[in-house]
Design a protein around this ligand. Structure first.
Ligand code: ATP
Length: 306
């Protein structure tokens, strides 16, 4: 079952379309990494899921029910969120901030205490929030989102500005929450920050989803560069130049060189090798380049296609 589904979700500001025809699918129990460069429309999408921004077109379905004026209150009751800057009044202590959350949502004290313990902030509750580090502020914000014991947690760039240790701490927390059965949607403009924790990915570029699926599917869909080792790289380059974009890899051998060919599928690989051999350019190696997910992401969001 999907916890979140959107249907043709679109937001326009004036003539500008900032979210364009989005069909998101967030499976129950997943950690869904919502990725895209700055300005690609992640926050706007999340705000539409939380009914903070009204869609221009399309609709949002949460827990299998359409978000309408009548269902909104109930559906939002099952969602915890952290959007933009960490919340909380700086001049109040962590405990006082949590008390405000407890009262405004009419929660039990035990619920608030559990949320604070989950983010490992119990010892910091007597400090004023303005004395917290950024990581502590983020954790307090997550505790606020968790206090209502949501089924879905929506976190907009919770790792923004954190040092590597702080990022790892948030990752560990998300893994723990996912193990408890909470579905987590987390946005970031840096793949490496959420790659290790997200099992599903949605990649946004200029308001459109350019990939949605599992991490493995992302790799499978994006063919790694083909590397061809040949003892006559110039000759091989000439043979292929008209047919395909070729570059001579910097890792050329003394006795020859390596050609790098992007976006080549298996049948084309077979044809290329045949062409080279027929043209007298000996081939002594054909391989695929190992690529990192970061590389795939950069390729996709800089206009590359799947
Ligand atoms: N209220 C608004 N009025 C007009 N334009 C807006 C408004 N809110 C957002 N935008 C524009 O919509 C685009 C998408 O913004 P959004 O904040 O959703 O992107 P984002 O992917 O979350 O980026 P970032 O990581 O920088 O927050 C941006 O170009 C932004 O300037």
């Amino acid at each position: 079952m999907d916890v979140v589904r959107t249907h043709h979700l679109t937001k326009r500001y004036g003539r500008r379309t900032v979210v364009d025809d989005l069909n998101l699918r967030i499976p129950a129990g997943s950690v869904y990494g919502f990725l895209g460069p700055n300005g690609s429309g992640k926050s706007t999408t999340m705000k539409m899921l939380l009914a903070l921004v009204r869609p221009t077109e399309g609709d949002v379905e949460i827990f299998g029910r359409q978000m309408t004026r009548d269902t909104r209150r109930q559906l939002l009751g099952g969602i915890g969120s952290l959007i933009e800057a960490p919340p909380g009044y700086g001049h109040l202590t962590g405990a006082e901030n949590m008390m405000i959350v407890q009262r405004s949502l009419r929660l039990e004290r035990a619920q608030v205490e559990r949320a604070v313990a989950t983010v490992r902030m119990t010892e910091q509750m007597d400090k004023r929030v303005r004395e917290y580090s950024l990581g502590m502020k983020q954790r307090l914000g997550i505790a606020m989102a968790l206090a209502r014991e949501p089924h879905l947690l929506v976190l907009d760039e919770p790792t923004n500005g954190l040092d590597p240790a702080g990022i790892e701490e948030i990752r560990g927390l998300l893994r723990y929450l996912a193990d408890q059965g909470i579905t987590v949607m987390i946005s970031s403009h840096l793949l490496e920050e959420i790659d290790k924790v997200a099992d599903h990915l949605g990649i946004l570029s200029a308001g459109r989803v350019i990939f949605q699926g599992t991490r493995d599917q992302l790799f499978a869909a994006s063919a790694p560069d083909l590397l061809i080792d040949t003892s006559q790289p110039e000759r091989a380059g000439e043979v292929l130049r008209d047919k395909i974009s070729v570059q001579l890899d910097s890792t050329g051998h003394a006795e020859g060189g390596t050609l790098r060919l992007p976006g080549v599928d298996t049948p084309t690989t077979e044809r290329i090798v045949e062409d080279l051999v027929c043209a007298g350019a000996a081939v002594h190696g054909v391989r695929r380049d190992e690529q990192s997910l970061e590389h795939v992401f950069m390729k996709l969001t800089s206009g590359g296609q799947l």
